[in-house]
Design a protein around this ligand. Structure first.
Ligand code: GDP
Ligand code: MG
Length: 341
């Protein structure tokens, strides 16, 4: 760690210098502090890591909902209406909109902001878009870090919006307790998304834009696919009766139709998990996945730094340039040598 970083870290822990960036401010629900920590997370700033270490013990209270589906199916519109319903139930609600595909697509993010901005003045609503942070650690971990912050800020409901269910390293099922998959009427795009391997992951299936034709047909198709999914499952959970039967609902998010049912169903999924002790099991699983993600990021970061500052690295570069060794063998040799030690 260089001097500059040491200095930066120190300032986090010194409440006189960085008043707002403190555990106390986050725990008291200070939105400005929350927004700043999330920005530090995106920038992979070591200050965020230090804060997260201190916050982590206070986390674990929120119910985390993942909302996923192809672009344009109406996820943001639906979430906007869901916030309203959760607020009617007096639940503090936060949203993290993740766009793993395009870090520069200001369009979608801006759209989300405008659509959701009517909640901006509500003290108990927090909305944040997150874009990829490039090579500095996965987006999945950044989203998880942000969820920890929001959780400790006292948000009871945290909704993560994401495109697709398992895109690259971003795996929504690792981040949320309950997954809603949004599709639209018609056998085209929406059903394709459902077929593309995400059927297994959904707890609630939502056919949005039900003001359009072919809704009943789509509902029927979904129900049939889910019946097949359930009858083909042989894991013990099904036989002991503790497995949640996925629900299929229709909404017209634009005018709020059916959204109350969606919110009620998510809450009854939560109750179901609590009753069957699967909520804690899921939480434990998610904790280990988080640990593994951290391990991957830190191991890579530290080892690369170690290798690249070694004499052997400099020598190897010269050897490659003078054709004494090929890059493949060189990379293999260097990493093998490291493990031997
Ligand atoms: N007809 C209709 N359009 C909708 C509905 N919900 C959302 N939309 C529209 O679909 C478009 C995409 O919505 P958006 O929420 O941005 O989708 P996302 O990309 O999945 O987040 C917008 O133009 C919405 O106004 C609905 O229930 N019915
Ligand atoms: Mg959206």
């Amino acid at each position: 760690m260089n001097w500059h970083m040491k200095k930066k870290r120190k300032s986090v822990l010194n409440p006189n210098i960085e008043n707002i960036l403190s555990v106390k401010e986050i725990l008291s629900g200070n939105k400005l502090a929350g927004a700043r920590v999330i920005r530090l997370i995106e920038e992979n700033d070591p200050q965020a890591f230090e804060l997260l270490k201190q916050l982590y013990p206070y986390s674990g209270k929120a119910f985390i909902i993942g909302i996923t589906g192809s672009p344009g199916v109406g996820k943001s519109t639906l979430i906007n209406s869901m916030i309203q319903e959760f607020r009617k139930l007096d639940k503090k609600t936060a949203v993290v909109a993740v766009d793993p595909s395009s870090p520069v697509s200001g369009g979608a993010i801006l759209g989300d902001r405008i659509r959701m901005q009517k909640h901006a003045t509500d003290e108990n609503v927090f909305i944040r878009s997150m874009a990829s942070r490039g090579e500095k650690g996965g987006l999945s971990r950044a989203a998880k870090d942000a969820v920890i912050v929001l959780d400790t800020m006292g948000y009871e409901i945290i909704i993560i919006e994401t495109v697709g269910a398992g895109q690259g390293e971003f795996e929504i099922a690792n981040l949320a307790h309950s997954i809603g998959i949004v599709t639209i009427p018609g056998a085209g795009d929406g059903m394709q998304a459902v077929k593309a391997g995400i059927l297994e992951k959904g707890d609630i299936f939502i056919v949005n834009k039900s003001d359009k034709p072919d809704v009943d047909q789509t509902l029927h198709q979904l129900n049939m696919m889910l019946e097949m999914r359930n009858s083909s499952r042989t894991d013990f959970q099904t036989t002991t009766g503790t497995d949640w039967t996925p629900k299929v609902l229709k909404t017209s998010a634009q005018n709020g139709n059916g959204v109350k049912e969606v919110v009620d169903t998510f809450l009854s999924h939560f109750d179901f998990m609590e009753k069957n002790n699967t909520f804690d099991t899921k939480k434990d699983e998610m904790e280990i996945l988080y640990f593994n993600a951290l391990l991957k990021d830190l191991a890579l970061e530290k080892l690369l730094k170690y290798i690249k500052t070694s004499d052997r690295y400099v020598e190897t570069i010269k050897e490659i340039q003078s054709c004494k060794i090929d890059p493949l063998s060189a990379a293999e040799l260097l990493t093998d040598k490291l493990i031997e030690r």
